[in-house]
Design a protein around this ligand. Structure first.
Ligand SMILES: [Zn+2]
Length: 308
């Protein structure tokens, strides 16, 4: 989602110990995976300021810098990913809950550090979990903040309950789905920060980015994308109403196939079973190699001036 719904209250944090620890599972993984972010062999300008400044100017490279000159001109680094500080009314928190919040903050700091290694930003971007009134995640263009709601984590947990025997398994799959959603929202934040052109629907574009970042060839990365795809495969046609068709997001089951297609397209030998077992229809699978290549080229070109 691009903007917060009016009901979102990302600033308030309450005692939700279980949600904290589940969210934490995703973040630990996230911190481990972020080195797979796009990187460039060119060094960033050592004279470019690395610290955050109150400068709203877009640090676009020169007008001549386009995809054809990828990597040749680098944008200045004027901002950082930062953990959104909560001022929780935490009188009711138990020592365990306080400890979990501290752990969560530490994991967010690690994720922010990895993102800062990868990207030069024109302004600070805040990341964090928050309390909302509905299961959601969003990028707030005014506050420049990515918020993943605890309610979304809880919702994922509920939707996967029953599919897995152990709490550990559920926790892992929820963590993976949450990680995917986090990078989807980071994608919205980057499009806003760099004023990137997007042809087609932005929601689909940032799903692509999330796959490209996470599917780095590692078993962990593959598992993360597959679990995320599975979280979108659970809707049935019976649940669709007219609003679903009007939504800015593709239908959940379309998102499932789009994600699976990119994963298969990235390495058709490795993921041949997705076609063989009928998960990905052959008619779609034929074009997934090209879909992956185009998405990769587009995102690599667009981000090239901004990766360190
Ligand atoms: Zn979105």
């Amino acid at each position: 989602m691009r903007t917060p719904p009016p009901t979102a209250r990302p600033g308030a944090a309450g005692p939700r110990a279980s949600a904290y620890s589940r969210a934490l599972a995703g973040l630990v993984l996230l911190a481990a995976l972020t080195p797979a972010l796009p990187a460039c062999s060119h060094k960033a300008d050592p004279n470019a300021g690395a610290g955050p400044q109150a400068n709203s100017a877009t640090p676009a490279p020169t007008a001549a810098a386009g995809p054809a000159q990828q990597g040749q001109v680098k944008a200045a680094d004027r901002g950082d990913f930062k953990v959104a500080r909560r001022e929780p009314d935490d009188d009711g928190l138990s020592p365990e809950e306080r400890a979990e919040m501290a752990d969560e903050e530490k994991s967010l700091e690690e994720a922010a550090a990895e993102l800062n290694k990868a990207f030069s930003l024109p302004h600070d971007i805040f990341i964090g979990f928050g309390e909302c009134e509905e299961p959601n995640a969003f990028y707030d263009t005014e506050k420049k903040e990515v918020v993943v709601c605890y309610q979304l984590v809880e919702d994922l947990y509920e939707s996967f309950r029953g599919d897995y025997r152990s709490d550990e398994e559920i926790k892992e799959v929820v963590g993976n789905a949450t990680t995917f959603i986090f990078f989807h929202e980071v994608g919205h934040a980057l499009i806003d920060a760099y004023d990137l052109p997007v042809t087609g629907r932005e929601e689909d574009a940032v799903d692509q980015l999330s796959v490209l970042v996470l599917a780095d060839g590692s078993e962990e990365g593959d598992r993360t994308v597959l679990d995320a795809a599975r979280s979108f495969s659970r809707a049935t046609d019976a649940e669709l109403d007219e609003l679903a068709f009007a939504d800015e997001h593709s239908l959940d089951r379309q998102r499932f196939y789009n994600i699976i297609c990119l994963l298969y397209g990235q390495n058709q030998e490795k993921f041949a079973s997705l076609v063989n077992d009928g998960t990905l229809p052959e008619g779609r699978a034929e074009r997934c190699g090209d879909e992956y290549a185009r998405a990769r080229k587009a995102w690599d070109s667009l981000l090239a001036p901004y990766v360190k």
